[in-house]
Write a protein that binds this ligand. Structure first.
Ligand SMILES: [Fe+2]
Length: 149
């Protein structure tokens, strides 16, 4: 994970700064046999009951349209939990001053975007990512675009 203010790329943001913004982060192993235990512990601690996997890459139908959709600023009424297992990507999240914080995630990164936090997602130059998605409850987990977006 590498995080920084989008308009000040030299201003790196630590996991502690992200935590102060309500964004939780873990660096986990990239081998399934090694991350299974820690992921299970996080699920148990935080009440995540469902997990699936999402892949974005050159073989994804309508990849450009999907990326356009994910890059619209939005929030959710539940947490958004992503564990990167391959590829890489970019989360932009609004800080308390409404500035963009850019978080570049790579395999082994588990990030929790808190409920009610405006954010957006895009691929980086690799143009592919595979993430585990964890859910407290998939019902009602919808994106709510920011007004005027
Ligand atoms: Fe989202």
């Amino acid at each position: 994970m590498h995080a920084y203010l989008l308009d000040q790329p030299d201003h790196a943001l630590s996991a502690e700064v992200l935590r102060s913004e309500g964004i939780l982060y873990w660096q986990l192993p990239v081998e399934p046999s090694e991350y299974a235990g820690p992921v299970a512990n996080i699920c148990q601690d935080r009440g995540y009951v469902q997990m699936d996997e999402i892949f974005l890459g050159e073989n994804t139908p309508d990849l450009a349209a999907l990326c356009t959709k994910f890059f619209v600023e939005h929030l959710h009424t539940d947490e958004e939990i992503r564990f990167v297992v391959a590829g890489s990507g970019i989360f932009d999240l609004r800080d308390v001053h409404d500035r963009w914080m850019r978080v570049h995630v790579v395999p082994g990164d588990l990030i929790i975007v808190p409920a009610q936090k405006y954010h957006r997602f895009t691929l980086d130059a690799q143009q592919t990512i595979t993430c585990k998605r964890l859910f407290q409850d998939t019902r009602g987990w919808v994106a709510e675009p920011r007004a005027g977006q």
